[in-house]
Write a protein that binds this ligand. Structure first.
Ligand SMILES: Cc1cc2nc3c(=O)[nH]c(=O)nc-3n(C[C@H](O)[C@H](O)[C@H](O)COP(=O)(O)OP(=O)(O)OC[C@H]3O[C@@H](n4cnc5c(N)ncnc54)[C@H](O)[C@@H]3O)c2cc1C
Length: 289
């Protein structure tokens, strides 16, 4: 349980951190909350020669609306989301998500940027960001680039980030009127990773039909999954009994779970169906308020 030895640096600016990452390539790893990286180092599953602690870089911890987007700084902690009046009042799907991640001790340190950059399909934010159509801002040697979240998760623990890029911001288009979202997670016990999680975000038209729907699935495949068949089906549909039932079946078809200590494939698919139905129902209720 003791990590291999490593050098530790604390750059004071993004440019310094990027330059260090560029110089040391795959030998250097960014440290944010350390809630995934440090356990992996203790188990010797990760052995970086250099840790680049970005916690002392100012200006990376914020939650605000600006220029048509909700902007979340890469270093924003889960606890910051839970305490944010903006998130509590306007983005219940993000509050649902942050508040079921691990436990309060972990949430005081773990960052939203780290949660996405880690590329773990069991992490909870990826599904929610897929449902919300987020954009990921990566800052590297050539400046900033914006990556649509549906292109971000490439394979198990692998994202579109380059080794010398820092995830500096998450941008979520501010949802129009009559929008609502919800996240449901099934866990074996409080604080556990999801057996299955489902995020849903809908925008209704004036007649109450779905103008737009986003659905993301947690821990039922090698990457977080965007349930595109269910999303396409919902467009123009009323989010009521039969519509939600069919969308939930389509989401279960998109899931690719494997059997493990959290259950067999059939059980996990059934849970995707059930949680999709619950998430869509609550999202539609919230959109109608
Ligand atoms: C007991 C326990 C239970 C947990 N349960 C859950 C759970 O239920 N749901 C859940 O979603 N998560 C869970 N987690 C994971 C936790 O939320 C992680 O800490 C978080 O996902 C990673 O964020 P971090 O800031 O700690 O990242 P770190 O551990 O510091 O880094 C993780 C990885 O991301 C990279 N990285 C970090 N920040 C950046 C950045 N800004 N730019 C580029 N790369 C970066 C690092 O180099 C590293 O490879 C749990 C963790 C623990 C210890």
């Amino acid at each position: 349980m003791i990590p291999a030895s490593f050098e530790y640096v604390r750059p004071k600016a993004i440019a310094d951190a990027v330059a260090f990452l560029q110089q040391h390539g795959d030998d250097a790893k960014i440290l944010s909350g350390g809630q995934s990286l440090i356990p992996m180092m203790k188990l010797r599953l990760a052995r970086p020669a250099y840790l680049v602690d970005i916690n002392t870089i100012p200006g990376l911890q914020y939650v605000k609306e600006e220029g048509g987007y909700l902007r979340i700084g890469g270093l924003t902690r889960e606890a910051d989301l839970e305490a944010s009046d903006l998130i509590r009042s306007k983005y219940p799907v993000i509050l649902d998500t942050a508040s079921v991640i691990a436990d309060p001790l972990v949430r005081n340190l773990a960052t939203v940027g780290g949660n996405l950059a880690h590329g773990d399909p069991a992490n909870d934010h990826p599904a929610t960001m897929l449902a919300l159509g987020a954009q990921i801002v990566a800052t590297g040697p050539k400046g900033q680039r914006v990556i649509p979240v549906e292109e971000f998760f490439q394979s198990l623990f692998t994202t579109a980030l380059h080794h010398d890029e820092i995830l500096t911001e998450i941008r979520i288009p501010i949802p129009p009127a009559r929008s609502g979202g919800a996240y449901f997670k099934l866990e074996r016990k409080v604080g556990d990773f999801a057996t299955v999680g489902v995020a849903a975000q809908v925008t209704l038209d004036e007649k109450g039909a779905c103008q737009k729907a986003g659905i993301g699935l947690t821990n039922v495949g090698p990457t977080p999954i965007k349930a595109t068949k269910a999303e396409a089906f919902l467009r123009g549909q009323k989010p009521d009994g039969p519509g939600i039932q069919r969308a939930a079946e389509l989401a279960a078809e998109d899931a690719q779970p494997s059997a493990d200590l959290r259950g067999p494939v059939e059980y996990k698919k059934a849970m995707v169906r059930e949680l999709t139905s619950r998430a869509l129902t609550r999202a539609a209720e919230r959109a109608s308020r």
